[in-house]
Design a binder for this molecule. Structure first.
Ligand code: NAD
Length: 357
């Protein structure tokens, strides 16, 4: 099969880690008989430098015509003083909205070999962490009506959380489908004891669960979820929640796995066209030094194969290669912990993963 992939290399370490992912994809293509064709797309700070805007129209068009989009990272101190609408981060919002991506998928996995990196008690870490947060991405309080005014206590401000059944159903469906492909366990997180929007969320999820009798479904209040994530993260398989709760909980889930350089993400919508990127930023402090950990981006490529192209065996091949390399003791500087071994460069780590494929 042939697949067209738009590459947003972006800023900082973005180009370095995308290079690694491309090498891995090419090796997978050779092994399984696929051809991946890449088109470079300008977005972020580098696009501002080249064209004066963070997301040129041409870039959006190329992404929409592709089968999938891979993004390194955008942003950096050079562009920090620009007005909001000209900031590199606008490129991310612009792409998500143009591609109609309403679901953000973030796996949080603690590798056996990295249990010592986990900030939780060893006894908890040893039970394992292997969960996915499915976050609603284009609705809720971040997009609701907002304003400022005069209230009974003086000057005030408000933001509105509003969800339609359609929005809840479509994110719920993605989460149920994901649970079906994993351990068949889904936890829906809300604040239904207080919020009307959460009560509608819960009602809608309960309707939906009738279509997935094999999935062990439960509701959890967000305050309890925040505690349970650090008390016993092993209880979670797939977690689905609203935009704001997902924003906070997905960061908490990432943190407990110990390294930002290992975690991939996917943004999905109604079609197969998705955007895949590491959860970390452009790491300007280490850009150009050749020491960035490429694993989060390589695992993002695996997610792309799995979710956009339905290439499960190919995706698993990458996941397994990464696990094996980590188990062998190979480490980039960010995951060295107390190890006395030599920290590997981006290229060295990539080469080890390529060898295992
Ligand atoms: P960051 O994730 O870029 O860096 C945080 C720390 O983690 C740094 O010390 C960095 O060196 C380290 N780190 C991150 N990725 C690493 C990797 N792959 N290997 C080794 N170490 C790694 O977060 P930040 O410093 O808050 O943000 C830097 C810039 O990135 C900002 O301009 C921010 O707006 C942008 N940003 C972009 C995205 C994105 O493109 N999706 C996401 C977050 C932040």
């Amino acid at each position: 099969m042939n697949y067209k992939i738009a590459l947003v290399r972006g800023d900082g370490i973005g180009p370095e880690i995308i290079d690694s992912a491309v090498k891995v994809l090419d090796r997978i293509g050779k092994k399984f008989g696929h051809q991946f064709m890449y088109t470079d797309v300008l977005a972020g700070g580098c696009a501002i430098d080249a064209t004066g805007e963070p997301l040129p129209e041409q870039s959006v068009e190329t992404c929409l015509k592709s089968d999938s989009v891979m993004l390194g990272a955008v942003g950096g101190p050079k562009w920090d003083t620009l007005p909001g609408h000209l900031r590199p981060e606008r490129a991310l919002l612009g792409l998500r909205s143009a591609m109609k991506l309403y679901a953000n998928i973030r796996p949080a996995v603690l590798y056996d070999a990295l249990v010592s990196e986990c900030p939780l008690r060893t006894s908890i870490a040893k039970e394992g962490i292997d969960l996915i947060v499915v976050r609603e991405l284009t609705g809720g309080i971040y997009y609701g009506e907002r304003g400022r005014g005069e209230g009974p206590m003086g000057r005030d401000a408000f933001d509105t959380e509003r969800y339609s059944v359609t929005e809840i159903e479509r994110i719920g469906r993605i989460a149920f489908e994901m649970a079906m492909k994993r351990r068949k366990k889904l936890t829906s997180i809300d604040k239904a004891n207080v919020l009307e929007s959460s009560r509608l969320w819960r009602e809608t999820m309960h309707e939906l669960k009738k279509e997935y009798p094999e999935v062990e479904y439960s509701d959890m209040l967000v305050d309890n979820a925040a505690m349970q994530l650090v008390r016993r993260p092993s209880q979670f398989d797939v977690v689905v929640t609203s935009n704001m709760f997902g924003d906070i909980l997905s960061d908490e889930a990432s943190m407990i796995t110990g390294s930002i350089g290992l975690l991939p993400s996917a943004s999905l919508g109604a079609s197969k066209l998705g955007m895949y990127e590491p959860i970390h930023g452009s790491a300007p402090d280490i850009a150009g030094k050749g020491i960035a950990n490429p694993i989060a981006t390589i695992l993002s490529a695996a997610m792309m194969l799995r979710f956009s192209f339905d290439l499960e065996a190919e995706a698993k091949c990458i996941d397994d290669a990464v696990s094996e390399v980590l188990r062998s003791g190979a480490r980039t500087a960010d995951i060295m912990g107390d190890s006395k071994a030599k920290a590997l460069s981006t290229d060295e780590m990539t080469a080890l993963i390529l060898n295992r494929l």
